[in-house]
Design a protein around this ligand. Structure first.
Ligand code: COA
Length: 460
């Protein structure tokens, strides 16, 4: 069996046993059963607890052995001293995959306990964890975590080495309307590691890009080899903690990771074609842009704005990131001149001035959308008294969805409550929308980076 097939059962199990399922609301062993039920998982759900007859209306089994059918995935939620025995039970019952939620292993100095478990499992049972909050996988309607029960479905697979951060982000992504195809809390990575997951998600049809929160790597070579193959199919964004010396120290005491020298990681990421985000917001901004846009066909960008100031800020950001604001061809300038006020600017940024209404946005964006020379559009809107931002949002949506925009577009709505509503609506409708010009430019940078990578692979 290949590694990918080996870990497929974590995501597509026909049934799940929860060993250490509890009747008591609030206990982890209870919340996991509840989440699996609430997420609409269609396979069998088998709680295991020697002291209960039923949990949340499901028949409860005394031991794994008592379950009358095969078990594809076992979730282990018993105290650390019992885990060895349960892992042996899994092997005896030929369970192929186990997620060990329990803490108290190598992360807290008990490596020998983790090693003993691995020795029992070796080649018969794949393990995620220990010390994990579980796996969410939208396609199988499986929320096998003790995190929030509601997660917004989307196209990003999120692999996290930090449990608390992952749990917090599960809630945050729903709040911020970023959809997730999967979340894997990778825990101590005793067996299944980043490389296995990168290989799995590279071929997963429900995932468009991968986001990894990483503190350190146990087997760097495997990870970078797997990533090099995967980035041809889909982008990988990594947030690697421990950029500073103090941060690296903190990472080491958090998960026992060897953070390694940051410059070495940087070089390796670059070589493998992995994009490194500096922080969470940037990573999600990039994801949003990549998930909701085609890859550009070139690097010639145009900025459209109703504010000179944000046009300048966006231009500065483009320079800082090495993005190219194209020189507009003369005939395009002529076309724009016809619809812009005389005091507007037909240079790039195209400044329609504060007089611009939704109709003018529609005209100018429509012109740029049809132009083959323009590879990407950054649309900026500063809230003014003369127009409801929602109307501008509507125009942008029409251009993408009804006029079938074939090039990437990122946009920013800058202003108060009404701008936030417009920006929020655009996120809901799956647009790369942001509350600042700089973030809209940075999001376009992610798309250009993807274009450059694919282009270099083609050329190379
Ligand atoms: N088979 C099945 N169930 C068993 C069992 C066995 N052999 N032995 C005991 N149980 C049951 C218990 O009866 C209990 O159920 P109950 O609540 O209905 O009585 C349940 O398993 C859990 O055992 P309990 O002793 O109550 O442990 P707990 O719930 O307090 O803690 C863990 C268990 C796994 C949650 C805890 O040890 C732990 O590791 N917590 C940290 C988890 C974590 O943070 N992970 C990382 C996240 S990023």
């Amino acid at each position: 069996m290949t590694a990918v097939k080996d870990i497929g059962r974590f995501f597509n199990p026909r049934n799940i046993a929860i060993v250490g399922a509890s009747k008591t609301p609030g206990k982890i062993g209870h919340e996991i059963v509840r989440n699996i039920c609430l997420s609409g998982f269609e396979g069998g759900i088998f709680p295991v607890n020697p002291n209960a007859n039923s949990i949340l209306g499901l028949k409860c089994f005394k031991t794994l052995r008592d379950i009358p059918s095969e078990v594809d995935l076992a979730l282990i939620v018993v105290p650390a001293e019992l885990v060895e025995k349960i892992v042996q039970d899994c092997v005896d019952k030929h369970v192929p995959a186990a997620i060990i939620i329990t803490s108290g292993f190598s992360e807290s100095g008990h490596k020998e306990l983790e090693d003993r478990i691995l020795a029992i499992a070796r080649s018969k049972l794949r393990i995620v964890g220990p010390n994990t909050f579980g796996i969410y996988y939208a396609k199988s309607k499986m929320n096998a975590t003790f995190g929030p029960s509601k997660v917004l479905e989307g196209k990003t697979a999120f692999i996290t080495q930090s449990g608390a951060l992952g749990l917090a982000l599960m809630d945050w992504t729903t709040e911020e309307k970023y959809g997730i195809s999967s979340i894997v809390s990778i825990g101590n990575k005793s067996d299944v590691d980043d490389a296995d997951l990168v290989e799995f998600f590279a071929d997963d049809s429900s995932t468009k890009c991968l986001l990894i929160y990483m503190e350190g790597l146990k087997n760097g070579r495997n990870f970078f080899e797997a990533s090099k193959r995967a980035v041809i199919k889909k982008p990988i964004v990594v947030i690697k903690a421990g950029r500073s010396a103090r941060g690296a120290q903190a990472a080491s005491s958090h998960t026992g990771s060897i953070a390694g020298q940051d410059t070495i990681f940087n070089a390796a990421f670059e070589q493998a074609g992995i994009m490194r985000a500096e922080e969470m917001t940037q990573a999600f901004d990039w994801m949003q842009a990549i998930n909701e846009n085609p890859v550009p066909r070139g690097e010639d960008l145009a900025i459209v704005t109703n504010g000179g100031g944000i046009g300048v800020l966006a231009t500065d950001k483009c320079s800082e990131l090495g993005l190219k604001l194209m020189d507009l061809p003369d005939d395009l300038k002529e076309e724009l001149k016809e619809c812009l006020p005389s005091f507007g600017s037909i240079r790039n940024p195209i400044d329609m001035t504060a007089n611009a209404d939704d109709v003018l946005y529609g005209k100018v964006l429509g012109i740029l959308a049809k132009r083959k020379e323009v590879d990407g559009i950054i649309a900026l809107f500063c809230q003014t008294a003369n127009i409801d931002p929602m109307l501008v949002a509507q125009v942008i949506m029409t251009i993408r969805d009804q006029e079938r925009l074939t090039k990437p577009l990122t946009c920013a709505f800058i202003g108060g409550h009404l701008s936030q509503l417009a920006y929020s609506r655009m996120l809901e409708k799956k647009f790369a929308a942001y509350p600042t010009a700089e973030r809209a430019v940075d999001a376009m940078y992610a798309l250009i980076a993807r274009y450059r990578l694919l282009n270099s692979l083609e050329l190379g």
